[in-house]
Design a protein around this ligand. Structure first.
Ligand code: SAH
Length: 290
């Protein structure tokens, strides 16, 4: 399953890569965006590609063979140290394309999808100990409710948390489809088969909690500004309102140090959404460091 990069035209427009400039792709994935940047910053510009998932780094290695690409398996929260260690030099642009890739959703058996029966894991990096299984089987009812409410904006958070804690006393919750059944039974009938799958918000919330996604985002935003050289550009693509709110508020507070290039977030055109449904929820914001 190849991941189709979102908003490629817009990413290139705002990052505006030029000959010999250096870039950081904080979430390199399968290198969809990185490949396009490398075409523009030849002959000597570099791209530092980072991903928390070691399998994505391997994917990218086999897809892009280019000595100007430096790949590092780490969290983007550590880009400052990584830039120093890799001696990248001046940083002219940074890209942050949040969330998970279609490849992780469909092809890794890590329990990200509610459509297939897999073990409830949801870690991008297996070196970490916290998994979705630990959250649903060991966290208190109140903690689970809070996660579903805050990270999923799930209006049946209370009912789902209650059902999870009841069911796990009968049988440990091990698999995605087992959890989907529990979520269904916790909801009023008319919401069980709605337009959006009833497990969507719970799965999103668990993934965010397992990988501490919102905290990582809050951590990296000031670091992006600090690693950029003056005149450097940054593009941030988010996929749900919680992420976009964090980005929007952060940028607003930094005006003066940065110049915001997108008054409103840029969204995908109809043609792109038809071709790649994942782009439907993408919101792009960009700025330039003064
Ligand atoms: N732009 C990429 C797709 C990125 S998908 C492409 O075109 O192929 C988002 C990626 O971010 C995933 O590969 C995921 O593993 C990675 N990721 C999630 N959290 C991360 C973190 N804290 N640090 C680095 N990478 C992270």
């Amino acid at each position: 399953m190849t991941h189709i990069p979102v908003l490629t035209k817009e990413v290139l427009q705002y990052l505006d890569p030029k000959e010999n400039e250096n870039f950081i792709d904080c979430t390199v994935g399968q290198g969809g965006h990185t490949k396009l940047i490398l075409e523009k910053n030849a002959p000597d510009g570099k791209v530092l590609g980072i991903d928390l998932d070691p399998d994505q780094i391997n994917n990218c290695k086999s897809i892009i063979k280019d000595s100007r690409l430096i790949l590092v398996n780490d969290s983007y929260a550590n880009i400052k140290e990584i830039v120093d260690v890799t001696k990248l030099g001046e940083v002219n642009g940074v890209l942050l394309d949040l969330g998970m890739s279609s490849w992780q959703l469909e092809g890794t058996n890590k329990g990200f999808s509610f459509q297939k029966d897999e073990e409830l894991d949801m870690r991008y990096n297996q070196a970490q100990t916290l998994t979705a299984k630990i959250i649903v089987n060991e966290y208190s009812k109140e903690e689970i409710e809070k996660i579903l409410e805050e990270y999923g904006e799930e209006k049946f958070a209370k009912q789902i948390a209650r059902k999870i804690t009841e069911e796990r006393q009968v049988k440990k919750i091990e698999s995605t489809l087992q959890l989907v059944e529990i979520i269904k039974r916790a909801m009023p009938t008319k919401f069980q088969y709605g337009k959006i799958h009833c497990a969507t918000r719970t799965f999103q919330a668990l993934r965010i909690a397992v990988n501490d996604e919102l905290n990582n985002l809050e951590k990296v935003l000031p670091i992006i500004i600090s690693v950029l050289s003056s005149g450097g550009r940054a593009v941030i693509i988010s996929f749900h309102s919680l992420e976009d709110r964090i980005v929007k508020n952060f940028l607003k507070n930094k005006e003066g140090v940065i110049k915001i290039l997108t008054k409103k977030p840029i969204i995908a055109e109809d043609g792109e959404v038809k071709m790649n449904p994942r782009s439907r929820s993408a919101k792009l914001r960009a700025f330039i460091k003064i």
